[in-house]
Design a protein around this ligand. Structure first.
Ligand code: GLN
Length: 536
């Protein structure tokens, strides 16, 4: 049977609970413990697939095609695991399951209530994730902040679990925020005290408190939290702001987070093997003489979280190319107004990420034309690849008005169109999702990076390259370097006589790891680095 670590947050949202949970996973896994991790999100959406990136940030896709919270991306990158739909629970899922059971009559005439029916469903889902992953330790992050109305059933479920499986098999970690007031020159513990009081009102006591703070916490702060929150002094840890996220596991390891957690769980602790992690962090932190400037031409530029896996993948590529990275955010709509020549003049590479809807699409297409003609490394992901096909069709193959039927259903040349079996789709769970194999053609840039002809990448899209135009485009020089194994779907494109011009229908950013950069990101960054080197 698994042991459980519950990670809750207090005071504010966006404190880095996901990073804290993922970091604990990293240092437990480094001890050889079978550790899994999951997230409970208290919103009523069944999954974040239908939410705007402005609201929710990136939608992370698992191998089995679940659309999940971006924290799953942190978990996978930190712990180097592939998670599944069972690692992501939302209130929407919990309620739909309970309501379905109620309709079937499974509750045999009972009045269906939050307690016990909703809380039981939550407990079942947590235990299922532990069982499926055959975990010794299961880390469960509860989204939101303690005190939120919608989070209460989760906290009640956790309270019950502790009672049912034994107090010694459960550890509660609470992440809080210690504000520093400039005018008083003081750190304040009151918000933490209130947050712990909130927890206690529902019968939960933290075993470990991690304080998010800008500066090291003073001994006085530690004493106060210990006294008022009734917790051992040595169980008050700090999570200082850092430049490199991947430092957090090392910072928490230094303070004994894993040992203290294992002690609470009554599990033996061993010395962790964090050598390669430490090496990667020191590579990251090494002073770099040069920064490679990559433009991200996207639509949700105002929220960095919308492209978090892409940013991390670029970071991984930069670490292993031993060069710095500067991401230049370019709103695609601005390209439409001011032109690619002006906005992309001083960048070394251009990445056009995925997206939905027609806002800013013409700006993306224009950026791609600029890269193709000026021989600037270009990397197009999903919609980015589709835009590259549209650009090539219009400007090289002479198909005036070529478009995706997503943006122009009347286009005379719908070079990107719906999958044949997807006509009449409704939104929500109707996309091509999750991992699919792709056959990479030999003697292509794609092949030289992957070094294999069969790859597996994750997808999240509805539209595809329209097969009716494949021959025409191929005759005009567009290389379809990757297809589904049956040859029916175009998965990768590229151009010859260009430093790097690659597009992929899948999302390679979901599989990059800090110590294993994704091949296409690595190759793209490397090509951009050469452009930078030629300039200096
Ligand atoms: N909107 C496009 C499609 O549905 C691209 C999706 C994406 O970039 N994730 O196919």
């Amino acid at each position: 049977m698994s042991h459980y670590v519950f990670v809750t947050g207090g005071v504010l949202s966006s404190l880095g609970k996901g990073i804290t949970a993922a970091s604990l996973g990293t240092i437990l896994k480094a001890r050889g413990l079978k550790t899994t991790i999951m997230k409970c999100d208290p919103y009523l959406n069944v999954d974040p697939g239908t939410m705007s990136p402005y609201q929710h940030g990136e939608v992370f896709v698992t191998e089995d095609g679940a659309e999940t919270d971006l924290d799953l991306g942190h978990y996978e990158r930190f712990m180097d695991v592939n998670l599944s739909r069972h690692s992501s629970v939302t209130t929407g899922q919990v309620y739909s399951q309970v309501i379905q059971k109620e309709r079937r009559g499974d509750y045999l005439g009972a009045t269906v209530q939050v307690i016990p029916h909703i809380t039981n469903a939550i407990k079942d889902m947590i235990i299922r994730a532990a069982r499926i992953n055959d975990a010794q330790v299961t880390i469960v992050e509860v989204g939101g902040t303690v005190g939120d109305i919608e989070g209460q059933p989760y906290l009640e479920a956790i309270r019950q679990m502790r009672n049912e499986i034994g107090r010694d098999k459960v550890c509660n970690i609470h992440l809080t925020y210690i504000p520093f007031t400039k005018s008083l020159g003081e750190m304040k513990t009151k918000p933490t005290q209130h947050s712990v009081r909130e927890m206690r009102a529902i019968g939960l006591t933290p075993d470990i408190i991690v304080c998010r703070t800008q500066k090291p916490i003073t001994s006085e702060v530690r004493n106060k939290i210990s006294l008022f929150c009734d917790i051992d002094r040595d169980k008050v840890l700090e999570a200082r702001d850092v430049d490199c996220l991947y430092e957090v596991p090392l910072m928490l390891e230094e303070q004994g987070l894993a040992d203290k957690t294992l002690q609470k769980l009554g599990l033996e602790t061993t010395i962790p093997d964090l050598d390669s992690w430490k090496e990667m962090v020191s590579l990251f932190k090494k002073k770099k003489s040069e920064k490679v400037r990559i433009a991200l031409v996207g639509k949700y530029i105002k929220v960095a979280d919308a492209y978090i896996s892409i940013m991390e993948s670029l970071t991984h590529a930069s670490i292993h190319n031993d060069l710095g990275l500067e991401i230049v955010w370019v709103p695609s709509e601005q390209i439409e107004k001011e032109g690619a020549d002006k906005l992309l003049a001083d960048v070394d590479g251009v990445l056009v990420p995925g997206g939905f809807g027609d806002r800013g699409v013409e700006g993306k297409i224009e950026s791609i034309r600029y890269c193709r003609e000026k021989k600037i490394p270009f990397f197009g992901i999903c919609l980015g690849m589709q835009c590259a096909v549209i650009e090539y069709s219009r400007n090289v193959a002479g198909l005036k008005g070529a478009n995706s039927s997503e943006f122009d259903p009347e286009s005379p040349y719908p070079v990107i169109s719906l999958l044949p079996d997807q006509n009449g789709v409704v939104k929500g769970g109707t996309m091509r999702l999750g991992v699919y194999p792709c056959r990479v053609q030999e003697k292509t840039a794609g092949y030289s990076l992957y070094k294999t002809s069969l790859i597996y990448e994750r997808h999240r899209h509805r539209f595809e390259v329209n097969n009716e135009f494949r021959n025409l485009l191929a005759n005009k020089g567009l290389i379809m370097s990757g297809t589904s194994p049956d040859g029916q779907l175009v998965e990768m494109i590229e151009l010859e006589n260009h430093p790097f011009f690659v597009g992929c229908q899948f999302h390679p950013e979901f599989k990059s790891r800090p110590n294993r950069p994704q091949p296409l990101f690595y190759g793209f960054f490397n090509a951009a680095a050469k452009v930078r080197a030629a300039k200096t």
